[in-house]
Design a protein around this ligand. Structure first.
Ligand code: PEP
Length: 251
């Protein structure tokens, strides 16, 4: 049985004080939540403050991105080793905003995924089609290519530890959610692709999160689907009550 994994992607929001306050509010309620895995991804400048608040709790901390080299002349970048050193357990890689605004490609995603494992971080690897691609009937082709290229040359036991986030680009921050059946169809397809490439053990173990305008009101139905193993939540992770509403549905 895969444990539900809900991650909050705070994107470029909340200053350090606000981030620590949100972490504290989540921590205060964590005891009443079910047996689920939880992570939050603050901006890089707030990671240490959030880790300080959440230390020893069941809420893990993720970075929103990393570079693939360990150190060197790469101005503005953070290596996975540095992110691991300050106490993060996870790193989000290949978010559609990074693909859209910062030139992320399946090739750079693949390098980052390998680098994350090298540093002892567990990647959350994002895939998803645009509205135009969905309307042209290319959803499965697009997510299959993204998945296979992003995970190229990983060992089966690495694949079992990572998380895939299926995030249809047209549903991110738009208020439009894929219907539970639409999402389940893509999740089942992605699991089939994992099976073909990495075998049944890996395919059964990998958590596939859904992301795209998840909120408390739609979480239960999405999470009830056989191949939806959690959520990557943007906007609704920025307020404690909204995020806790989703966490309670998952528990
Ligand atoms: C995201 O950016 O990962 C996301 C899913 O955002 P939102 O929940 O706001 O659609």
């Amino acid at each position: 049985m895969r444990k539900q994994f809900i991650a909050g992607n705070w994107k470029m929001n909340l200053d350090t004080k606000q981030a620590a306050e949100l972490a504290r509010a989540l921590l205060d309620a964590a005891g009443e939540l079910g047996d689920i895995e939880i992570a939050v991804a603050p901006v890089a400048t707030s990671i240490s403050a959030v880790i300080e608040v959440l230390r020893g709790s069941k809420i893990a901390v993720a970075a929103q991105n990393c570079y693939w080299e360990s150190a060197g002349a790469f101005t503005g970048e953070l290596s996975p080793e540095m992110i691991r050193e300050i106490g993060c357990q996870h790193v989000i890689i290949g978010h559609s905003e990074r693909r859209q605004f910062f030139g992320e490609t399946d090739e750079t995603v693949n390098k980052k995924v390998h680098a994350a494992f090298r540093a002892g971080l567990l990647p959350i690897v994002c895939v998803g089609e645009s509205l135009a691609e969905r309307e042209q009937g290319k959803t499965m082709e697009v997510v299959s290519t993204q998945l296979k290229q992003s995970l190229r040359d990983l060992r089966d036991e690495q694949v079992t530890q990572l998380t895939v986030a299926y995030e249809p680009v047209w549903a991110i921050g738009t208020g439009k959610t894929a219907s539970p059946d639409q999402a389940q169809e893509v999740h089942a397809f992605l699991r089939g692709q994992l099976m073909e490439t990495f075998g049944p053990g890996a395919a059964e173990a990998v958590r596939i999160q859904y992301g795209g305008s998840v909120k408390a009101a739609n979480a239960a139905e999405l999470l009830s689907k056989a191949d939806i193993d959690g959520a990557l939540v943007g906007g609704a992770s920025l307020k404690a009550e909204d995020f806790l509403g989703i966490l309670r549905e998952a528990g």
